[in-house]
Design a protein around this ligand. Structure first.
Ligand code: FAD
Length: 176
């Protein structure tokens, strides 16, 4: 932020300005594996506070999941109210509701994604590999072309093993 503020194009525009309000917010996107039990005696936790959020790489959903999780929490509380029993035993219905609600189920369906997206190779090695393979495949320089798989093996050398590459592909297919 400081770097942005001190950039010449920005700093002259905000010169003399006063901060009146600021907000920062963590996105709890580590998936259901990070979720602690979202209820205890006398309490249910919903939305971001409970980590109810989905980032599966191609969609990012916090708002709708927070709403649905709030609705599930409300129904759980209404059930508990009928018997005036707000103990863990009654409130555990919350987790059952979370897992059966079609929208919230998505959170569990894509539960492996956060772990998969932590692989550094996805952001470094593979994009570089794609670019270098494309360069080798499309460049016409009269030196002769290798078949694509052979080119892949050449370009991957020293960057990633074919075993890891295949493993990541299978992992991706199982995750998404
Ligand atoms: C930069 C960013 C971009 C996002 N983009 C998207 C998007 O494109 N699509 C999407 O679906 N989701 C998006 N989200 C996620 C989404 O905003 C959240 O998942 C959603 O708002 C969670 O709702 P919530 O009610 O659980 O929590 P919040 O919206 O955080 O609400 C919690 C409220 O509690 C208040 N509060 C905190 N402590 C106290 C206290 N002690 N006493 C009283 N009040 C308190 C806070 O002020 C806040 O108003 C984004 C989040 C961020 C940070």
């Amino acid at each position: 932020m400081e770097k942005l503020r001190s950039h010449p194009k920005i700093s002259r525009r905000i010169k003399g300005g006063k901060t009146t309000e600021y907000d920062a917010h963590m996105i709890p996107e580590a998936g259901p594996k990070m979720l602690a039990r979202p209820y205890t005696n006398g309490m249910v936790v919903a939305g971001d506070a409970a980590g109810h959020l989905l980032n599966n790489g191609y969609t990012f959903r916090g708002v709708d999941i927070a709403i649905q999780s709030g609705v599930a929490a409300a129904h759980t509380i209404l059930d508990a109210r009928k018997t005036q029993d707000y103990s863990t035993r009654t409130l555990q219905g919350f987790e059952r509701r979370l897992r059966s609600d079609p929208s919230l189920k998505d959170m569990y369906t894509f539960g492996r994604v956060p772990g998969y997206l932590r692989k550094n190779r996805l952001y470094t090695t593979y994009p570089e590999l794609m670019c270098s393979i494309a360069e080798a495949v499309y460049r016409v320089d009269g030196t002769g072309k290798k078949k694509i798989f052979k080119e892949l093996r050449t370009q991957a050398k020293g960057k990633v093993s074919i075993f890891s590459l295949v493993w990541d592909l299978i992992g991706g297919a199982r995750t998404f």
